[in-house]
Design a protein around this ligand. Structure first.
Ligand code: FE
Ligand code: ZN
Length: 520
């Protein structure tokens, strides 16, 4: 018995297709129309927000990235970053920082920002499944992988400091529990519980495009100015991803605006909401820039004028006017606040750092001179006297912490410490009624957001309310701190803290050695 076996055909190796064609095969032609499931069933989330998309192929791919090119490029960047990390760890690079107090800004970063990277990873993975067009789905997939990498490289970079300094050890637990971390967490939770298009406008546009230079650049330049090479390196490594993410944000908004005129008012509402939400999170960054960096980069005000007022208000919004999009509602309030924001935000951190996983200190004379120079219209008039009072109390051995629990804004969750736009001596309170209850917000911006979706914000997990309800370890401060996972040396005043003492010890050893050498 014989079986006819055809001789195996040898096919000549095909030439590689041009990138553009390969990219289109990857993102478009691999897509198919469902035959046995209804489209609505396959993509259940792209219609309920009211956004109308007529042609998903209208989505331009600004970066024609393929999976193999993507991984090759990212691996190169990782190799470079990990070489820096190894070198820094082996040479005890942490001792060459400007001062140990610099690390407080990095504590804020790993506790407050790194968890957002992970949340972004999760939600872009969700968009990679649920967006209807293949091109945006692929863009979301890449961003999801980017965000996971950001989270991982940040953990690896910052873990080096965890060996020597307080405040770095329990951030995954703390992001769900500690009062100031509920500010960034609630911001992202708000976005993740919105629909897919609102998420894109919230995160890709408002957060990554509108405010990215105010949110991330200060940390990275702060790192470089203060001798933190590893953080600077992960910043660089993330930067090329960031430009891709920003482009996704801009592409998303233009695509949605071009698809249907009915999308314009919906998107305007999201821009209005998410500008203010993201701007309020930036209050933490403002405090960090002006008060927490031993060597300053630029003031919050200067950065706000350059990156927001000039670049966004001057460049982007005039472009978007073509589509019928106006600058964000309440943007005038943000501009009016720029001379006050950092001072008011840092005062909160300074008042309550006994319950935080970082330390604070009263600005020195030198720092106050810099602040007067940066804020000639406000610092001396409204803020200097308070700090001088603190200095006096501390010179006599005291330190003021506010022991009561502050009232929080129902939307941004920041303690009520911002002032009226026309009166910097009066705390701004707004009240709204919903189902017979009163809810408090910090500003016209937050009140407007609350009134637009009260059923969402009445559910807010407000740290202070949770303490009063007995959900945070117990009624006393030590019980709450224990539940927060705060260990001795993490919190309170910087001067005399474990970080400060260790730093002085390490550097006095250096000094003695040098002096001995000279004398010998
Ligand atoms: Fe990221
Ligand atoms: Zn608020």
């Amino acid at each position: 018995m014989t079986i006819d076996t055809p001789a195996p055909k040898t096919t000549p190796r095909k030439k590689k297709l041009p990138l553009k064609q390969r990219y289109s095969l990857l993102t478009r032609d691999l897509d198919w129309d469902p035959s046995y499931v209804d489209k609505q069933e396959l993509f259940p989330y792209t219609s309920y927000e009211g956004i109308k998309v007529h042609d998903w192929n209208g989505w331009e791919d600004p970066f024609r990235l393929t999976v193999d090119a993507y991984y090759k490029y990212q691996a190169e960047k990782d190799k470079r970053l990990y070489a820096v990390l190894d070198g820094f760890a082996q040479s005890q690079g942490h001792l060459t920082l400007s001062e140990a107090s610099y690390l407080n800004s990095l504590k804020l970063f790993i506790q407050g920002v790194t968890p957002l990277e992970y949340a972004a990873h999760r939600h872009f993975a969700y968009l990679a499944r649920y967006l209807e067009g293949p091109a945006p789905r692929f863009a979301a997939l890449c961003q999801s992988v980017d965000e996971l990498r950001h989270c991982q490289t940040q953990i690896h970079t910052i873990s080096n400091y965890n060996k020597y300094y307080g405040g770095f050890h329990s951030w995954t637990k703390q992001k769900d529990r500690v009062w100031y971390l509920s500010v960034p967490k609630s911001f992202f939770d708000d976005a993740m519980t919105a629909g897919p298009f609102e998420f894109l406008i919230a995160i890709s546009f408002s957060f990554e495009y509108l405010l990215t230079n105010l949110l991330f650049v200060p940390f990275m330049s702060g790192a470089s100015f203060n001798g933190d090479m590893p953080t600077m390196s992960f910043g660089f490594s993330a930067q090329s991803d960031e430009s891709r993410h920003m482009t996704l944000g801009l592409e998303a908004i233009k695509f949605l605006l071009e698809q249907d005129e009915a999308n314009v008012p919906i998107i305007q509402g999201w821009i209005d909401k998410w500008f203010w939400r993201a701007y309020r999170v930036a209050a933490l960054v403002a405090a960090m820039m002006d008060y927490m960096l031993p060597r300053e980069v630029m003031s919050w005000k200067e950065a706000f004028e350059l990156y927001f007022e000039e670049q966004m208000m001057g460049g982007l919004f005039p472009d978007l006017e073509f589509y019928g999009i106006k600058p964000p509602r309440h943007v005038d309030l943000a501009i009016a606040e720029k001379d006050h924001l950092s001072h008011q935000a840092y005062k909160i951190l300074h008042n309550f750092s006994f319950a935080a996983a970082f330390t604070t200190h009263t600005p020195t004379d030198e720092k106050m001179a810099w602040l007067s120079e940066q804020y000639p219209d406000t610092f001396d008039e409204h803020y200097r006297a308070t700090w001088e009072k603190h200095q006096k109390i501390e010179a006599e051995g005291g330190r003021v912490f506010v022991q009561g629990l502050p009232q929080l804004c129902q939307v941004c969750q920041i303690p009520m410490a911002f002032t009226e736009p026309d009166d910097p001596e009066r705390i701004s309170f707004r009240h709204s009624e919903y189902r017979g209850e009163t809810f408090h917000t910090c500003s016209d911006g937050c009140q407007w957001i609350f009134d637009r979706e009260p059923e969402k914000y009445v559910q807010a997990w407000l740290p202070v309310h949770q303490i009063y309800q007995g959900n945070c370890g117990g009624p006393s401060v030590p019980e709450v701190l224990d539940w927060y996972g705060i260990q001795p040396g993490d919190n309170g005043e910087y001067h005399g803290s474990l970080d400060d003492l260790a730093w002085q010890q390490w550097h006095s050893d250096d000094k003695t050695k040098h002096d001995d050498g000279k004398e010998a």
